[in-house]
Design a protein around this ligand. Sequence first.
Ligand code: NDP
Length: 336
Amino acid sequence: MAVLVTGASGFIALHVINLLLSQNYKVIGTVRSQDKVDKIIKQFNNPNLSFELVTDITKLDAFDETLKKHSNEIDYVIHMASPLPDEGNTDFENHYLLLAVNGTKSVLSAIKKFAPKSVKHVVMTSSIVAMLNVNDDSAITTEKDWNPITWEQAKTSSFLCYFGSKTYSEKAAWDFLKENKDEVDFKFTTVNPVMVFGRQMFDEDVKDTLNVSCEYVNKILYLPPTEKLSQDYAMSYVHVDDVALAHVMAMREDRLDGERLLLSAGTYSDQLVANSINKQFPQVKGTIPAAIENCDKPTIRYDSTATQKQLGIEWKSFDVAVYDIAHQALKRLGKL
Ligand code: NDP
């Protein structure tokens, strides 16, 4: 059984690949540079892992060669390649919106052209930001909701265009399914996580700055003790191990066909991250923002009861999620 994983060099993807390899799947990853291929092949050192280079996912035939070459092997596809928020890139329409939408269309159309009957299930990594209401902070988000963000609104900032890129690329996938229901046989599920925390798959990839989501914890280690942190701005987290598991369950279980899975383990604030680090790593007390006792937990804005029932995953706790990031970072800094 082989699984095609797009964006295979990413933080979440490496955990998904690790889980797939541990369950004896063959994995074919797509990445955009040979350097990454060489590095990841060395890191996993597993004969069941191979790669294809797909350098420009904005091209609508970007994945054709890969699907053509492996059409007899690929049973499942996990589509993760997508641009993450990057304040340095202000080409909002091309770098985020069109890239994410075309990347999604190009994977699905390659399956339709070369493996319309043999691919069994496609899982797309979407996001909570494709569900939440960007115009109404007070709304409670569920699996049924769509972000009402407009294309024009999405072109106005790097965060909004990330929101738009996830919303419009997920919509493109569901539209593709409607338009091609008689031509493709695969089942389809989206995984929509909130902020994903956890260790980097390989210690050598830990740097001063981490991937976008883990950086929300890592940055606290570099702030001075005098820094005042937000206590009431609610964010939500889920552990990368649970996210990887949800992807593999979504891929294997036919009953999850047509579902959007909202993965959220709970809410937190920057202050609660500092509290958790101070509690679990007493050696950094006094060098990072101090803990504040009796600090309120910000209000939950997501209701993921339906996903919880479908997956039955017991989410890893906030302390574990914070620990896994801080432990690896402090180890590298020689502060354990
Ligand atoms: P990473 O930045 O670590 O991984 C993103 C992946 O997408 C990388 O493989 C990256 O390739 C690839 N990619 C980015 N831009 C392009 C591009 N222009 N062309 C081709 N490939 C590209 O992020 P995560 O692992 O955190 O995210 C993985 C997926 O999960 C994304 O779809 C993201 O939107 C989604 N997600 C993430 C959440 C989180 O909190 N981390 C929460 C919700 C959803 P390269 O290594 O070459 O840059």
